[in-house]
Design a protein around this ligand. Structure first.
Ligand code: COA
Length: 190
């Protein structure tokens, strides 16, 4: 049985090793990027209104000896704000492409859905969709925004099916070379 449990910055930071293990299993990143990714995630936990949800596998038997719940997925986000690297870079890109007004309408009061990953053994079972719904429910921001590889991935399919539209495509972050899509949708998520 899968259950979803909210975790604030303190617990998220405590669980960082598990979080990175799931990220690594889901994304298969080059080994040399893992330490940097951990640092970025630890820093994300300091951002305003940070919220994480864990998807946990629980043994549903009433047996007292049941093992501890195991985290099989996580998703987190926070309030975007000037001074945050992603926010500043994407805002510049949106201003260039859409103009000041539209860019600020999207990013001026936005929930940034920063990471969502499900262990490959548990993908395709509705966990990702449920985590986005849970994470977005009750957020006070005007919009939800994210970046994802600009390729026909499961993530891209999932976001589109939840009403996210592309704000920028083929976007390359400074220092990178891969192409990303920046997507957004108004909140609340209905
Ligand atoms: C993207 C991800 C978080 C989605 O979580 P999930 O639990 O697998 O997704 P769900 O089961 O809720 O399915 C959502 C949709 O994606 C589709 N999907 C899921 N896994 C898929 C796969 N391997 N291939 C194709 N489509 C897939 C499902 O069919 C579903 O669409 P549908 O409801 O129209 O049928 C998960 O697949 C994952 O961790 N992927 C690797 C890491 C990643 O890309 N993270 C996002 C970075 S931006």
């Amino acid at each position: 049985m899968i259950e979803f449990r909210g975790a604030g910055p303190a617990e998220f930071t405590e669980q960082l090793e598990t979080v990175i293990d799931i990220y690594t299993a889901a994304m298969d990143p080059p080994e040399e990027q893992i330490t940097g990714r951990k640092t970025i995630m630890r820093n994300h936990a300091t951002y305003p209104y940070f919220q994480c949800y864990f998807a946990e596998l629980r043994d549903s038997s009433p047996d007292f000896a049941a093992p501890e719940p195991r985290i099989v997925g996580f998703a987190y986000g926070f309030r975007g704000a000037p001074g945050q690297w992603w926010h500043d870079v994407v805002l510049r890109g949106l201003v260039d492409e859409l103009g000041q007004e539209a860019a600020h309408a999207w990013l001026g009061h936005a929930f940034e859905l920063a990471e969502i990953h499900v262990h490959p053994a548990y993908q395709g079972k509705g966990i990702g969709r449920a985590m986005i719904k849970t994470l977005c429910a009750g957020r006070r921001e005007r919009s939800a925004v994210l970046s994802t590889h600009d390729r026909p991935t499961a993530a891209r399919h999932l976001y589109a099916s939840m009403g996210f539209t592309d704000l920028l495509t083929r976007f390359v972050f400074p220092g990178g070379h891969e192409e990303y899509a920046i997507a957004g949708r108004p909140l609340p998520l209905t």
